[in-house]
Design a protein around this ligand. Structure first.
Ligand code: DGL
Length: 296
């Protein structure tokens, strides 16, 4: 068990906080399963000095076809579990949770649970950069049915640049394929080609395909294979990492509460053995997770 240092006196004085009023803790990263690892990988590579605790709700993944209420309930349980482990900042490294639960958690739950804690999502930082990425101003969004039904991307993009057009296309089979370790199977070829053909024929002017689900980079080789030449495939991990680094610079009062030993802890609601084999394949290093039971 590691020591949990308190904020140094100088920092407490700077932010007018009484010394020892909070513990310095890891940043929480949450996803329904393995997908958030694509975000964690980029965040940890940009900010290796921070500590992170990753929570994958693999036992209940996928979230993508679940109702609004269920995704909200599951996400809130996970956020509370990460808060229970001391995290002051939690990133929903999941588009479906960001689309269906983030706003309610920020507006209704945080003020009651603890207004000093923060929960951030992945949709806003992704959308912010799209006007710079697309030349034709025609974007294709590949996402879970839940993210598509929420129209969160379309609404955020409209605020950013009303001239931009977006086709939101659901890919309900991609996450089950990934969560069931079938990303290299002929079934994966079939469903990757199918959804890309469908979105490109809905709007041939699309020049940027956004992978609006953190799982999808696990299918990147096949997605590249079936995407027409000249169309950019936008993976959000790096962008989310840049946005988080910028956020922490702008919010030193949160940054001082984030532990910086360069450690990562992994939690899964499924079997740790199963999680570790796929997670380490993806992260390129040994992963040793523990099981967590999320209180209902
Ligand atoms: N990785 C998640 C996302 O970004 C959720 C996928 C799922 O569980 O269906 O949407």
């Amino acid at each position: 068990m590691k020591a949990e240092p308190c904020a140094p006196l100088s920092v407490c004085l700077l932010f007018k906080q009484h010394p020892r009023t909070y513990k310095i803790m890891p940043i929480g990263i949450f996803d329904s399963g393995y997908g958030g690892l694509t975000i964690l990988k980029e965040i940890a590579s940009k900010m290796p000095q921070y500590d992170y605790v990753y929570l994958g709700d693999n036992a209940r993944a996928p979230y993508g076809s679940r109702s609004f209420d269920i995704v909200y309930d599951f996400t809130l349980q996970a956020v509370k579990a990460l808060f229970g482990r001391g995290c002051h900042l939690v990133i929903l490294a999941c588009n479906t949770a960001s689309a269906k639960a983030l706003r309610s958690i920020q507006q209704n739950d945080l003020p009651v649970i603890d207004p000093s804690r923060r929960v951030l999502g992945v949709i806003r930082p992704t959308v912010e950069i799209l006007p710079e990425v697309s030349k034709t101003k025609h974007i294709g969004l590949l996402a879970t049915p839940g993210t598509v039904a929420s129209h969160s991307y379309a609404m955020e993009l409209e605020k950013m640049d009303p001239e931009m057009k977006i086709v939101e296309h659901a890919c309900p089979m991609w996450v089950p394929i990934i969560e069931n370790c079938e990303a290299d199977s002929p079934g994966a070829d079939y469903f990757v080609k199918k959804y890309i053909d469908e979105i490109m024929s809905a709007d041939p002017e699309i020049d940027t395909l956004v992978l609006g689900c953190t799982h999808y980079p696990l299918l990147i080789n096949k997605i590249r294979q079936y995407t027409p030449n000249g169309v950019c495939i936008f993976e959000q991990g790096r962008r989310v990492a840049e946005s988080l680094a910028d956020y922490l610079k702008r919010h030193p009062e949160i940054d001082v509460k984030c532990q910086k030993n360069g450690d990562i802890e992994f939690l899964t609601t499924e079997s740790p053995k199963k999680f570790d084999s796929l997670a380490s394949l993806f992260l390129g290093k040994e992963v040793k997770s523990s099981r967590i039971v999320l209180p209902g």
